[in-house]
Design a protein around this ligand. Structure first.
Ligand SMILES: Cc1ncc(COP(=O)(O)O)c(C=O)c1O
Length: 378
């Protein structure tokens, strides 16, 4: 009864089913803010329901919300973003699915610099495409020579910036170099900027939409999940070349219908939050990032490139054990992290540590991690 594509997905997928942390364990595994959703957002949803906003919404998203999002998109010279350029989706997850299913068919090759967020490869497999993993350079930035070899003839390149799982921010120069490589080709770029507000001092995020050589071939994917601590609300959106946006809108309404109406009113309220609300959360992540860097730097056998954005440290270790075995052994020592191999073949030899966790949990978890690796050496 199972479709062959699903069998293929099960064979290829690196994504584990997620289980809650056992009692006594601290979790540094989750990719979601530990902050509550700001109260005004919740109140807006309640008020919307009370006001009777309990019926189907516009299938591309409430026009009011799409207009508000369009007015906040990175500027695009020569193009005046309007509500018609935006599709509101069930989180970035459904935005990514919509763009992949709208543009990728059997045999189409999709370049995924890896380690990468594991959803990308799964979506490509489910659409019948071919995943072309291109390893990152040792500094976890793009290996432009390897990309230059892989990109000709590809249908798409997809990445996150800031990057899950590496914590790297791909710089303006890197994006410009990518634009140069793609000059004259038809490769569609999907830039998933879910962590755009989480960038640490000394680094700056340039959206792919701001890069002249990329902007007309870029599908921009965004979400309320990380910025506003709204993972459970399921609101994302996309924009890009109009033909792709229209095709993605068609896929999204076929798969999902319209998005919850009251939730879209809540999303509008999130856009009205003062910058200080988000800044305060970002500042807390910054402090936690410093804790992670201080704790793990200089430990023999461990190597951490200080995270530049997002809320992940991608820790390399020298023990030779598989990352799945390390994750299992750390879980036995009551600290949960994610196996690097989940994010692509080059993720082996790494674990991903999320610092979207309380400072107390971080202290305890980092102590347990360091003690475990120390024990492996003695
Ligand atoms: C890079 C990246 N993109 C997209 C998502 C999914 O976001 P959403 O909750 O909006 O579906 C995640 C979630 O972890 C992510 O890390």
């Amino acid at each position: 009864m199972t479709a062959s594509r699903v069998k293929e997905l099960r064979r290829a997928s690196r994504r584990p089913a997620l289980a809650p942390a056992p009692a006594g364990a601290v979790s540094l595994a989750m990719g979601e803010p530990d902050f509550p959703t700001p109260p005004s957002v919740t109140e807006a949803a309640v008020a919307a329901l009370r006001a009777g906003h309990s019926h189907y919404a516009d299938q591309r998203g409430l026009r009011e919300l799409r207009s508000a999002l369009a007015s906040r998109l990175p500027a695009h010279p020569g193009r005046n973003w309007t509500a018609d350029d935006v599709v509101v989706t069930h989180g970035a997850t459904a935005a990514l699915a919509a763009v992949v299913f709208a543009t990728i068919g059997p045999g189409d090759r999709v370049v995924v610099p890896e380690p990468a967020y594991s959803l990308y490869a799964d979506l490509v497999v489910l659409a019948g495409g071919i995943v072309d993993f291109v390893p990152l350079a040792p500094d976890l930035h793009w290996d432009l020579d390897a990309l230059a070899e892989a990109l000709p003839g590809a249908a798409m390149m997809i990445f996150s910036n800031p990057c899950n799982p590496t914590g790297i921010v791909h710089s303006k120069q890197e994006l410009e170099a990518l634009g140069k490589l793609l000059d004259g080709s038809d490769v569609l770029v999907v830039s998933d900027e879910a962590y755009h507000r989480l960038v640490y001092p000394g680094h700056e995020l340039t959206s792919a939409l701001e890069i002249e050589s990329l902007r007309d071939r870029t599908v921009y994917v965004q979400t309320f999940s990380k910025t506003y601590a709204m993972t459970g609300w399921r609101v994302g959106y996309l924009t890009g070349p109009r033909e792709v946006v229209d095709a993605a809108a068609q896929v999204h309404r076929t798969h999902n219908g319209s998005l919850n109406t009251a939730v879209q009113h809540a999303a509008l309220a999130a856009l009205e939050l003062p910058d200080a609300t988000v800044d305060a959360m970002v500042d807390t992540y910054r402090q936690r990032r410093e804790l992670v860097v201080a704790h793990l730097s200089g430990v023999p056998g461990l190597h951490l490139i200080p995270p530049e954005g997002a809320f992940y440290g991608f820790l390399r270790y020298d023990t030779g054990l598989s990352s799945e075995a390390v994750v299992r052994e750390l879980a036995e020592r009551e600290v949960m992290v994610r196996a690097g191999a989940e994010y692509g073949p080059s993720g082996e030899g790494h674990v991903r540590i999320s610092f979207a966790a309380s400072e107390d949990d971080l202290w305890i978890g980092l102590e347990r991690i360091v003690r475990y690796f120390d024990g492996m050496r003695s």
